[in-house]
Ligand binder design. Structure first.
Ligand SMILES: Cc1ncc(C[n+]2csc(CCOP(=O)(O)OP(=O)(O)O)c2C)c(N)n1
Length: 533
């Protein structure tokens, strides 16, 4: 393959596009399907040569804030996360539209429609609209590569952070991308308007007016964007708006061009001018978008000319789940099923804890002790140990969001529950469990917390975990009594000891922390291979 043609995942196209656009730092917390963006930068020789910051952050909010700090200094920074990470980063994200950016600042949110590896299907485009930020949504990997550079340019043109939304199939599919030359990194510079960065009411009121006024500029940018194109078609019984990856799926159906007028949308605010044209010229509009009916609802809200709007809300496209070439075939009323015969090659494989994983031994011990307390409740968290819900363990009663194990156990204890047990992993603990632990310590809650420490962020592929080597100090620093921070080694031969420790700490009236610690067998294997090489 030629030097300037590379076979890249969507995530990798974003990463390389950002490096080539003069990136100085990526700030991220792992989360499928966004993780490979940061991992690509971590392994890129050019990124290393340029000293691009690429260490993992503790969570998405710390990532967002650090990137904002880098942007303040005039350098280009990128933040990457999965969609639910946007909820964690939301305070910093929404307020960053108020401070604005100095160096280009692009936030990449990778959504997971169909919940391949997530707890919900939320659509990050709502965050872009909510924060009044320009938002990009590439339809191909090539566009993702080019768009990220344009997003940085737009960010610097208006001194505003910019959101880029990906979906799983964009992030995780690979194709040939033609890449360009790398631009230099920005020099240090301070913001031209320092008041804007101090979000006290007097400053914020001024700044908010500017942000609202600039919406017209952002709309004009979207209406004139080369990524939003209107292609007329002879059959005006229906016009089609296809957003992001949906455009790719749509065009696969029409090798000789779509007979209907098509509006491709890859940059927001929604380009009203094009939408209005379609509404005027077509009898109905079919909206194809991955995720939630974000554009469809806007159309229903603004159009009063009686044009029929079709999409997820009228059943042409399924209300839940990701878009696929197949469900678009159905929405277009094409009899095209033979083009995409159902695959028999991929056999679903339910997830399970690896053989030899320490979480297994932890649950084996916990389950035996819990049987001694018929009313015990186990509030779990997000990580490999979430699989303790499944057979053979059936060990946990809740999983909500990162960090919720400790705080839910606390709330349950407040309500009178005993034993109230939290199960959390080491990475999730430092992501957002620590602050909940302080709440529990402050109120001397009667809870037992198990931090199942496999020395890595296992579920997302074994990234570094921020608290490795310091968990006991963190817990005692927060105020858990040293005598009630207990470390055990989760192995079958230590079963009796583990059970005894769990029993003792359940009986202790107060906050106790048990840390079963044994390296994840996947990372242990990788470390061993690396040592032998
Ligand atoms: C807000 C948010 N960010 C990221 C993720 C993706 N994610 C799921 S579990 C997990 C980390 C789990 O690590 P740890 O708690 O150490 O448990 P392990 O998987 O190693 O057992 C991550 C990053 C998520 N679900 N939610």
């Amino acid at each position: 393959m030629e030097d300037n043609k590379l076979l890249l995942l969507g995530d990798e196209a974003v990463a390389l596009g950002a490096i080539h656009a003069g990136l100085s730092g990526v700030y991220a917390y792992p989360g499928t399907p966004s993780t490979e963006i940061t991992e690509y930068i971590q392994s890129s020789p050019l990124a290393r040569e340029r000293g691009i910051h690429c260490q993992w952050s503790c969570n998405e909010k710390t990532a967002m804030e650090a990137a904002l700090g880098m942007s303040y200094m005039g350098k280009r920074a990128m933040v990457c996360m999965k969609h639910v990470g946007m909820n964690v980063a939301a305070d910093a994200f929404v307020n960053s539209a108020m401070t604005g950016a100095n160096g280009g600042l692009v936030v990449v949110a990778a959504d997971d429609p169909s919940m391949h590896s997530s707890q919900n299907e939320q659509d990050s485009r709502f965050y872009g609209k909510f924060a009044l930020m320009p938002t990009f949504e590439p339809s191909t990997q090539q566009e993702a590569y080019e768009m990220i550079g344009e997003a940085f340019d737009l960010s610097e043109r208006y001194r505003i952070p910019v959101l880029m939304r990906l979906v799983t199939r964009m992030a995780h599919s690979r194709t040939v991308v033609t890449v360009g030359k790398a631009r230099g990194q920005n020099a240090l510079s301070y913001p031209a308007n320092p008041r804007q960065w101090v979000l006290m009411p007097a400053c914020s009121k001024e700044r908010y007016k500017v942000l609202v006024r600039e919406q017209a500029d952002f709309l004009a940018e979207a209406e004139n964007s080369r990524h939003n194109i209107y292609v007329d078609g002879a059959d005006r019984s229906m016009g089609i708006i296809a957003c992001g990856i949906a455009y790719n799926y749509l065009m696969e159906h029409y090798k000789a061009g779509c007979p209907h007028p098509v509006l491709k949308v890859s940059q927001y605010p929604l380009p009203k001018k094009h939408v209005a044209r379609m509404a005027q010229e077509c009898e109905s509009i079919l909206v194809l978008e991955d995720g939630q009916p974000f554009v469809e609802e806007q159309l229903r809200g603004v159009l009063d000319n009686g044009v029929q709007v079709l999409g997820r809300l009228t059943g042409e496209v399924p209300r839940t789940g990701e878009l696929t070439p197949d469900n678009i075939t159905a929405a277009l009323h094409l009899q095209d099923a033979e083009v995409y015969p159902p695959s028999t090659l991929v056999v679903p494989r339910p997830p399970a804890l690896c053989k030899g994983c320490g979480h297994r031994d932890m649950y084996a011990a916990l389950n035996e002790v819990v049987r001694e307390y018929p009313d015990a409740r186990v509030f779990s968290d997000i990580g490999c140990y979430t699989l303790g819900f499944l057979p053979p363990y059936h060990a946990i009663h809740s999983v909500v969001d990162m960090g919720a194990s400790i705080t839910m156990a606390k709330g349950a204890a407040d309500a009178g529950q005993h034993p109230s047990i939290a199960v959390i992993g080491d990475s999730t603990f430092t992501h957002s469990g620590m602050t909940g632990l302080l709440d529990a310590v402050n109120e001397q809650s009667n809870i037992t917390i198990i931090i199942s420490d496999n020395l890595t962020t296992g579920m997302t592929g074994g990234q570094d975990s921020a608290g490795t080597g310091r968990l006991e100090q963190i817990c005692t620093g927060i105020g858990v009594e040293g005598a009630h921070v207990r470390v055990v080694v989760p192995l079958p031969r230590n079963m009796e000891e583990m059970k005894q420790v769990i029993r003792e700490e359940i009986e202790y009236r107060g906050v106790s922390v048990i840390i079963p610690r044994r390296e994840c067998i996947q990372t242990a294997r990788r470390h061993k291979t690396m040592k032998n090489e």
